[in-house]
Design a binder for this molecule. Structure first.
Ligand SMILES: Cc1cc2nc3c(=O)[nH]c(=O)nc-3n(C[C@H](O)[C@H](O)[C@H](O)COP(=O)(O)OP(=O)(O)OC[C@H]3O[C@@H](n4cnc5c(N)ncnc54)[C@H](O)[C@@H]3O)c2cc1C
Length: 648
């Protein structure tokens, strides 16, 4: 390519064409002088297992260590996200081709791949642009790319990530250390949220980007890897190592639940993200969001935009812009939908609020860096968690490992927790309400190292996002930015509040479908009818007969049913506060693990045993927990409320 001057655009978690500042700048600012644009996506070998890209029959081995987590040894990217990512990358390719460009796909360490491309004489690469990220590994990638560029005499530009609600340029502080440690303080600095986000960038017209370089000019993938030429091939390569029988995701994984429908059946990609957003507005689901977001079942109780946001298939400001068009009545496509043209409603206001939580979690990551992964969290709380290497007295490494396995496999004996864990395993998704309970159960009831839970979520979640995942785990574990470090969820009360008919738990634990009493579904050990247990095949099941935790939950009088809107939506946020105090007392403990853990050193000693706390706090409100819970506040859009303050 004589006289060429090529720019490499290294895509990361910005897998979209629209509202993309890098592409926009290439179209608008012609002074850059680049004749060619080489868009590339690298599947990063340290975060995702790439050995499946070695062709079948090859004797060669991957030069990289397995992409496994540090504490639990789980695959860092499990099958659900691997598939979603493949679809998103493939859709990016489609989107780029539509504007007359294209996408090269590679695997390996980002720095190495870029270094290899910089060496191409034919391409004459003079610059590498990429979007900056917060993570420690991601920053290391950026340093590697900068080094490679410096050695090759090419410019390296790290762009600001613009997939958040409020742009970095509009933050009221420059130094991340000035970020308040309480979300509400931050929120108040940013309100009114409706006025803050910047406008979406103009659409990229066809054939306005610098020329896409020919295949022959681009260095090929380094061996032993080969890049498939179809989406199916890409999925196969990513899934192959994750589905090997000798390396299961977890021992004895939960069986597939017949008849259960995924709450997240969506495919990855920019186009799918916008279809989803359009559906939320045109169906009215967005306007109902405030009262449905705590639902456990079904696709429409919450937005299910998280996985698209995590990969940058869509930006928060695009979501905001569509909501504005709905609120202001400027998009006739939605004119028949109730609330059209009537300004911000509870649903759209609440969604902005949640998107701000996401911004906040990312800023916490920026402020605290490696503390995101530290057992004592942002707070630096003096905690020693139980783990296989730190079993409680009277227990062994093997017995703690078994407890963890039961947690992962959804066989703790606690209905809500097991249902969520099985749903997660089967589908890659579980609701925010369920996540809060799962995280609370692992850390506040079992006192097990929260990082094991965070790593498992990293492996299993389709919407895994480093800041939101690790930040929320810390928050619920009591070592993060939750000013109330005594927050403790009672998973039985929560099940009554949000799954009053036990519909959710029965969906994901088919063994319990024959039970009619919700209390028995929530804790199968409480079913005393021997004949029924026998008939349902519950006799002899360890998780039924020896649950990890027993909670005596007495219903003082007929438990009120929460307001339920929409099919399959279990509970509104309001139920939480209304019901508080109407249920009887709770007492936790009773299991062998609870007894052993009661005398444990470390976490339990520092924080008081679950049994005593659970007992004395039986009537306490369990408002929220785990960043981003606005449920039940009855908050008018854009206004603060006491409960919200209480939550944060
Ligand atoms: C232990 C734990 C782990 C979590 N891990 C992740 C994760 O890896 N990735 C992730 O995106 N979210 C995570 N969350 C936050 C939240 O559970 C999910 O964002 C939400 O369930 C995704 O579903 P949705 O898109 O339908 O959410 P909606 O209720 O529709 O919310 C809209 C958007 O707001 C953002 N949001 C909502 N709640 C939060 C929150 N608490 N923190 C940060 N952002 C929020 C998300 O981007 C979400 O898509 C976690 C929460 C907990 C308690």
């Amino acid at each position: 390519m004589p006289n060429s001057k090529t720019l490499v655009y290294l895509f990361r978690r910005d897998l979209r064409v629209a509202d993309n500042p890098i592409l926009q700048s290439l179209v608008k600012e012609k002074a850059h002088g680049y004749t060619h644009l080489l868009p590339i996506y690298v599947f990063p070998a340290q975060q995702l297992e790439v050995s499946g890209f070695i062709p079948l029959g090859s004797e060669e081995k991957s030069p990289y260590p397995e992409a496994r987590s540090r504490v639990g040894g789980f695959w860092r990217c499990g099958p659900h996200r691997a598939k979603f990512l493949a679809e998103s990358v493939w859709d990016l390719k489609r989107g780029l081709e539509e504007v007359g460009s294209g996408l090269y796909i590679r695997v390996g360490m980002v720095g190495e791949v870029i270094d290899n491309i910089l060496k191409s004489k034919e391409l004459n690469v003079k610059g590498v642009w990429m979007t900056g990220e917060e993570g420690v590994e991601e920053k290391a990638e950026e340093r590697d790319v900068k080094r490679a560029c410096a050695a090759a005499g090419a410019e390296c530009v790290i762009w600001v990530d613009e997939k958040y609600l409020i742009d970095d340029a509009d933050l009221p502080f420059k130094d991340p250390q000035e970020l308040p440690d309480v979300f509400t303080t931050y929120r108040k600095m940013m309100e009114p949220l409706r006025n803050k986000p910047r406008a979406v960038l103009p659409t990229i017209a066809k054939n306005t980007l610098p020329t896409f370089p020919s295949k022959s000019s681009v260095p090929s993938q380094h061996p032993p890897f080969v890049i498939p030429t179809s989406l199916q091939g890409l999925k196969n390569a990513l899934l192959k190592p994750l589905t090997q029988v000798n390396a299961p995701l977890t021992k004895k994984p939960p069986p597939y639940c017949k008849g259960a429908q995924s709450a997240h059946p969506f495919k990855g990609g920019e186009m799918q993200a916008h279809n989803r957003l359009n559906h939320l507005l045109s169906s009215g689901a967005m306007s109902n969001y405030h009262s449905t977001r705590n639902g456990l079942l079904g696709t429409d109780c919450s937005s299910k935009l998280s996985a698209y946001l995590a990969l940058g298939c869509i930006t928060s400001r695009q979501i905001h812009a569509s909501m504005l068009a709905f609120e202001d009545g400027t998009n006739p496509a939605w004119s028949a939908v109730p609330g059209y043209g009537e300004g911000e409603n509870e649903g759209t206001g609440s969604l902005r609020f949640e998107l701000l939580w996401r911004d906040y979690m990312r800023l916490c990551n920026r402020k605290y860096g490696t503390k995101l992964f530290h057992p004592s969290g942002f707070k630096g709380s003096p905690t020693t968690w139980l783990s296989p290497s730190n079993p409680p007295e009277g227990q062994t490494t093997a017995s703690v490992t078994e407890i963890i396995q039961r947690f992962l496999n959804g066989t703790t004996g606690m209905g809500l927790i097991d249902a969520s864990q099985r749903e997660l395993f089967q589908t890659g998704y579980t609701s925010n309400r369920a996540r809060q309970n799962v995280a609370s159960f692992l850390t506040k009831h079992l006192h097990i190292d929260w990082r094991i839970g965070a790593e498992w979520y990293e492996c299993m979640l389709v919407d895994y996002d480093q800041s939101s995942n690790w930040g929320n785990w810390q928050y619920v574990a009591g070592v993060g930015n939750d000013p109330r470090d005594t927050r403790n969820f009672n998973p039985v009360k929560q099940a009554f509040d949000y799954d009053p008919h036990a519909e959710y738990v029965k969906t994901w634990i088919p063994e319990l479908r024959g039970l009619s009493e919700p209390s028995e579904v929530f804790q199968a050990w409480t079913c005393k009818d021997e004949e029924l247990r026998e008939r349902l095949g519950l006799r002899g099941l360890k998780w039924v007969e020896e649950p990890l935790e027993k909670i005596d939950f007495v219903i003082a009088r007929k438990y009120p049913r929460p307001r339920v809107r929409g099919k399959g939506n279990a509970g509104s946020g309001g139920a939480d506060s209304r019901d508080a105090g109407r249920s009887g007392g709770t007492k936790t403990g009773g299991s062998e693990w609870a007894r052993a853990r009661g005398s444990a050193r470390g976490a339990s000693a520092n924080r008081g045993s679950a049994s005593s706390r659970g007992h004395s706090r039986g009537h306490r409100r369990e408002k929220g927990g785990g960043g981003g819970d606005s449920g039940g506040s009855g908050r008018k859009a854009g206004q603060a409320s006491e409960k919200e303050a209480e939550h944060s």
